[in-house]
Design a binder for this molecule. Sequence first.
Ligand code: ADP
Ligand code: TRP
Length: 324
Amino acid sequence: MSRILTGIQSTGVPHLGNILGAVKPAIEMCRNPAHEAFLFIADLHSLTTVRNAGVLRENTYSVAAAWLAFGLDTRKTTFYRQSDVPEVCELTWMLSCLTPYPMLANAHSFKDKSGRLAEVNAGLFIYPVLMAADIILYDADFVPVGKDQQQHLEITRDIAMSFNRAYGDTFVVPQATISEQVMLVPGTDGQKMSKSYNNTINIFLPDKELLKVVKKIVTDATPVEQPKDPEKCTVFKLFSLIAGKTDIEEMRQNYIRGGYGYGQAKEALYEAIIEKFKKERELYNYFMRDKNELDKKLKEGAEKAKAVATAKLKLMREKLGYKS
Ligand code: ADP
Ligand code: TRP
């Protein structure tokens, strides 16, 4: 059976774009019985940017709660916190010593920042090696990632192959499965929804706050009575991603007919979010209230992951000349 593995950034509560574009498709993929799946929250990578212990901890919890709320089955998927399996750090050091400096200096993610070297920490430089360790420690065959991570996967393959050449077959050389963005969820300002644009919709917010965010969606100034073009409206686009077929059709007709205001459309979108994600919102809040339950699930995942990691690290130690 092939093994798929991927890491999730822990940069806060996943927004609607993350959920529709990444969380739901990944959970679907994990359900495929042809694969064995490993999914982890990359909280060690987060330390390259997050400088507040409370924030780092909370981010991990909200990511875990969101994935579980959307139905991630932890009996089938090994779901863990990266920092709970510190074996990955030892492997990172070993791999670092075998990684040519120019390979990391040429990585886009580093090069983009190398104009401001004073702001760059060594962790950011070594980021791709930690990512390689995340992957090859678990003999992953396939790694589903976005296009922005393609180069990191190439680095991972280079590291695995050169290790195998030097020390004999040790690591599976993983393949990236690059997901072309199938769905692009617009944010409240009509651009791609993204944390960096401050235009996200957090579907887990309490009702009133969620309504406030939905009301913020930017629309044009067409008066209520005039017909409107649904295809040009962010409210309609978002509604189409969430509501049922008949409701979408009804809203489309309302737009075209006129006499239907954006305020009404926003109310309908808000109701649709509440209804569509009722169960997930409840579950998310349940998990966020009971961190023990989250910790328990993540710990169980970490134990499964650790068993694989320990065996691989033992082999590594022997190969490199340490007592295993
Ligand atoms: P952000 O842009 O908010 O920083 P990330 O880059 O952390 O989001 O994305 C995490 C995952 O969510 C990626 O797989 C990405 O493709 C997906 N994703 C992010 N924003 C959207 C969006 N607006 N529509 C669809 N998928 C998205
Ligand atoms: N760097 C990845 C991102 O920014 C997250 C990540 C860390 C990852 N380790 C990984 C993804 C290992 C896949 C495999 O999205």
